[in-house]
Design a protein around this ligand. Structure first.
Ligand SMILES: [Fe+2]
Length: 386
């Protein structure tokens, strides 16, 4: 049974409206002023409200205004004494659903109340559908998010497999790709790279040596000096890598890291001999990470060196081999104090290789690493050729 609230200060008129509604199977509640009506509405729900305009304490329009602040659904029909156009316009603007002019005609009252009840049902249905739609949208977004996480996991997993297969050709480089990834991401974060760039850097660093798939194992594992032909073969790995990935849209953004990680800041690198800012930023970052990791791990042609020695090489190579700003980021933030070998091992053992999230402080340059008396005849670092 539909439930209505009748608000009128004149008992006779109120009784007339109530009786007319009850005789037509409406459940009714009465209030003799707007304030009382508001307190009833706090407790009970109604399908329709019929309210007088002229009332002491709180007029019909004042009641309507207060009520609409807390409820926009229950329709309100205003009963006006005269057909005062201004009052009618005001109450309709304030959110009344309909108005009736006194004396009240029972048929008009019933038509208006029924119309309002139908209207309320439509509004409620609309709200329900809207909520359902929001829930559905949210569910859809959650599904898409979940799928994209799964997809990213799968893609990242495939990168790990590719990196492992490269490293399987050369036992000395086990974990190298992952460590270069960890170091590169740390540098990228400290340089304030935006998320998209960081992700390309992360995947690109992981894949930087993919071209070694095209280099014979015997050359990669050789512990004696290489012939010119063998050097040429090694030096072709950035181009081979770029060719492998260039037609795969997912890998395409990583081409810079793969193709240019052996370029040198002074233009004496390979494969193109480009210099300075011509070398893509992400490749310049990978070059620093690649070299640092190569020095601190044992290779067929030499034993590993300490992180301090590696930092000395980086500082020495500022402006010639490396972008000086990137070396500064690495050194000033003491990334060399981080045990990337241990982190990589722990990740590999747990089978859970995931992006690094470390945030480091921006500290001032370390004087101890400034070049003082470097021996110029030091062993050449073959890492930058490999
Ligand atoms: Fe390489």
């Amino acid at each position: 049974m539909a439930k209505t609230l009748v608000i009128d200060d004149e008992p006779e008129l109120r009784e007339f409206v109530v009786m007319s509604l009850e005789l037509n199977n409406f459940d009714t509640v009465e209030a003799d002023n707007g304030k009382k009506a508001l307190s009833i509405l706090e407790e009970e729900d109604f399908d329709c409200i019929v309210s007088d305009v002229e009332m002491p304490h709180m007029t019909g329009p004042e009641f309507l205004k207060s009520f609409r602040e807390i409820n926009k659904v229950i329709p309100v029909i205003m009963l006006t004494g005269v057909k005062d156009l201004n009052t009618v316009v005001d109450v309709m603007k304030a959110g009344a659903q309909d108005y009736l002019v006194k004396p009240i005609n029972v048929d008009e009252l019933l038509i208006s109340v029924r119309k309002c009840i139908e209207f309320k049902k439509l509004i409620e249905q609309n709200i329900r559908l809207q909520k359902e739609n929001e829930r559905y949208q949210q569910h859809l977004e959650e599904m898409v998010d979940k799928r994209s996480v799964q997809l990213k996991d799968a893609l990242f997993g495939s990168l790990i497999i590719i990196a492992s297969s490269i490293e399987a050709k050369d036992e000395y480089t086990k974990g190298h790709s992952n460590r270069v990834r960890l170091i590169s991401v740390d540098i990228g974060k400290l340089m304030g790279l935006e998320n998209k760039q960081l992700q390309i850097l992360e995947y690109g660093a992981m894949m930087h040596d993919v071209g070694k798939i095209g280099v014979r194992d015997a050359i990669l594992n050789k512990n004696r000096s290489l012939t010119e032909e063998e050097f040429d073969s090694i030096m072709s790995h950035p181009s081979i890598g770029a060719n492998i990935v260039k037609n795969i849209s997912f890998f395409n953004p990583m081409i810079d890291c793969i193709k240019y990680h052996h370029e040198k800041y002074n233009g004496k690198g390979y494969p193109e001999g480009i210099r300075g800012d011509q070398i893509p930023l992400l490749a310049r970052i990978v070059a620093v990470a690649d070299t640092y990791d190569a020095i601190t791990t044992t290779r067929p042609y030499r034993k590993e060196k300490t992180s301090i020695e590696a930092v000395e090489v980086l500082i020495e190579g500022k402006g010639s081999q490396f972008d000086p700003d990137i070396v500064d980021v690495f050194v000033n933030n003491r990334l060399y104090e981080k045990n990337y070998i241990h982190i990589d091992k722990a990740e590999a053992e747990s089978g859970n290789i995931k992006p690094s999230t470390i945030i480091l402080d921006d500290e001032s340059s370390l004087k101890i690493f400034q070049k003082s008396k470097k021996d110029n005849s030091a062993e050449p670092y073959l890492h930058d050729e490999m």
